[in-house]
Ligand binder design. Structure first.
Ligand code: ADP
Ligand code: MG
Length: 579
């Protein structure tokens, strides 16, 4: 006796529908995508009871003829794909002909539609995936699809829906993803008869500003790159505007929103050394790629994507973002003379015998970095009042304030430096660029230091010992689970070898990525936070000027390795406002 039965069509439909339609937001995503594919200029979404009671999407797109209006709810009914080869050339949002069939399997539907070439519109009503009514109606060009009583026929699934607040949040997420990707289309969202969003047709930048807050205008850095058939464009947020929570990260491939931890990693990675750990920058990035090189067909909800060459895309995204961040940062454009002592083998020592060299170098360089500020526009016209005082500039002396801060007038601006962050940045770049094999910067210890580790920490030491050596530590294994430190990087003030090496191990332990090349960076970051070039108790003029010079010789002078601002600028207008 056979025990295998064929599932009734209605059950099979419901199972298939469950893959595409999990909640009201999935209906909204599918209907909006259909409206986008139909070349709509305006898309209006109306929800009731968080979409559980009713979802309506109204568009002014191409509409459907009577014949298509009757056909479109059939499984695998699509106007967008006709042969297998087309699967690999998908340009529309939809292509499987599954969405409407799935929505009709889990809700009651009223479709109203009209094509421009016809005088009269069509209305089709469905229940349990069956057409129960069809009539002619008068209707504007376009389509309106109303899906009611979601999961009325599958109570178990209905019970799985979350609270209204959460379901509305999911709806807003989908709505915003679509709105960002299609700035030319006007979008509105109406919840219980109140308008939540109304985005007018515009460009990407303006759309981002209207979706997020007005203050995003100042936060956006444009990215645009073309590599052969691949283009990457969009906006990323400035490093200082990162957030502790995720939610403002958007990657699209061929205008389709995707979730890609891999590409997310590429973007975060390009902020290396500029943002704090566990903080997330804002980004909206669009990757356009030849459809031969991707496969969007791997998941019915289509937020996953497979690239033929993942590594290539990773590197392209990373370098595009990096380039834009560098362009935004003022420091790389500073044209320092190549003779900056910092760049070459000069040690960090600020002992008295070196003061002369430093002073000479200082007077040469000072003019160069002051030039940066020459072109900074001062908006307040009252600057005329201060014109006479600008001759003080040349002899302008830095002033130390509360140990950690340095005040210095540069041009018509007052710069306030955070000494600690500046030192961290200088050390970070110094060691980041240092030659892995060079030990010229090591200063031998009078007494070797022995450090013992537990077994698991010692495993980490084995992994990173070469990286530690590469920044100037003379360190070697010594017996079981121990190391000996014979020398430390040159010219640093007060190093506690044991604390330092232990902090490296801690840093590696807390980092959950397995990417080995990041180890060295983590070590340098941890090192630059602990080491000091000079102690900030009492800084001499020479030391302060040197710190400022070295800071501006850095590739990224604006931020500490953790993304803290190294200095702030106060223009005349800001200072005047204080009174
Ligand atoms: P797909 O989008 O994958 O083709 P759907 O089930 O979402 O599958 O839609 C089926 C078909 O119904 C579409 O291919 C299209 O021809 C038609 N259609 C759906 N929504 C609209 C709309 N808003 N305007 C015009 N045609 C539509
Ligand atoms: Mg579709």
């Amino acid at each position: 006796m056979s025990i295998i039965i064929q599932l009734p069509k209605s059950v099979a439909n419901q199972i298939a529908a469950g893959e595409v339609i999990q909640r009201p937001s999935s209906i909204i995503k599918e209907l909006i995508e259909n409206s986008i594919d139909a070349n709509s200029k305006n898309i209006k979404v109306i929800i009731k009871d968080a979409g559980k009671q009713s979802v309506t999407v109204i568009d002014d797109g191409v509409g459907m003829t009577k014949e298509d209006a009757l056909k479109c709810f059939g499984r695998h009914s699509t106007s967008k794909l006709s042969k297998t080869e087309d699967l690999f050339k998908i340009k529309t949002m939809g292509f499987r002909g599954e969405a409407l069939a799935s929505i009709a399997a889990v809700s009651e539907i009223i479709l109203k539609t009209k094509v421009e070439s016809e005088k009269i519109g069509q209305q089709v009503v469905l229940r349990d995936s069956k057409i129960v009514e069809q009539k002619e109606i008068s209707f504007q060009n376009g389509t309106s699809i109303n899906a009611k009583n979601l999961f009325y026929n599958i109570p178990a699934r209905r019970n799985f829906l979350k609270s209204n607040n959460l379901e509305i949040k999911y709806i807003i997420d989908e709505f915003i993803r679509c709105a960002i990707a299609n700035p030319k289309i006007s979008f509105s969202l109406i919840n219980e008869e109140a308008e939540m969003y109304n985005f007018k047709s515009s460009n990407l930048k303006k759309r981002i500003i209207s979706v997020f807050k007005k203050n995003y205008e100042k936060n956006l850095i444009e990215c645009e790159e073309k590599y052969g058939a691949i283009t990457i464009n969009g906006f990323v947020g400035k490093p200082e505007n990162t957030k502790k929570t995720r939610g403002e990260q958007f990657i699209y491939v061929n205008n389709r929103f995707i979730k890609s931890p891999y590409l997310n990693h590429a973007i975060i990675n390009s902020y290396e050394g500029m943002i704090e750990e566990k903080k997330f920058p804002f980004y909206v990035l669009f990757v356009s790629i030849n459809t031969d090189l991707i496969d969007v067909n791997i998941h019915p909800t289509k937020t996953e994507i497979k690239f033929e060459d993942e590594k290539l895309i990773y590197n392209l995204v990373k370098s595009t973002v990096k380039k834009s961040l560098e362009k935004f940062n003022i420091s790389p454009s500073i044209n320092f003379n190549a003779d900056i002592n910092f760049k070459e083998n000069i040690s960090f020592q600020i002992g008295s015998n070196e003061n002369k060299i430093i002073q000479n170098n200082y007077s040469n360089k000072k003019k160069d970095w002051e030039k940066i500020f020459e072109n900074v526009k001062v908006e307040n016209s009252d600057k005329m009042l201060f014109e006479n005082t600008s001759s003080i500039d040349n002899e302008n002396k830095p002033v130390q304030f509360l140990e950690n801060f340095i005040f210095k007038q540069v041009g018509e601006k007052l710069l306030i430096f955070n000494h600690k962050y500046c030192q961290q940045r200088i050390l970070y770049e110094k060691f980041k660029n240092s030659n892995i094999k060079s030990f010229t910067n090591t200063q031998q210890n009078l007494f070797p230091q022995y450090i013992e580790f537990n077994q698991s920490d010692f495993k980490i030491i084995q992994e990173i010992i070469d990286d530690i050596k590469s920044i100037g530590f003379d360190i070697d294994f010594f017996g079981k689970n121990s190391v000996v430190v014979n020398g430390i990087p040159n010219g640093l003030d007060d190093i506690n070898e044991k604390e330092m090496i232990e902090s490296f191990v801690e840093e590696i332990k807390n980092n959950h990525s397995d990417i080995k090349s990041e180890n060295r960076d983590l070590i340098i970051k941890s090192f630059s936070k602990k080491a000091k070039i000079v102690n900030n108790k009492s800084l001499s003029q020479v030391e302060m000027n040197l710190i400022i010079d070295r800071l501006f010789a850095c590739k990224n002078s604006k931020y500490s390795p953790d993304g803290k601002q190294n200095y702030i600028e106060l223009g005349i207008d800001k200072v005047e406002n204080l009174f």
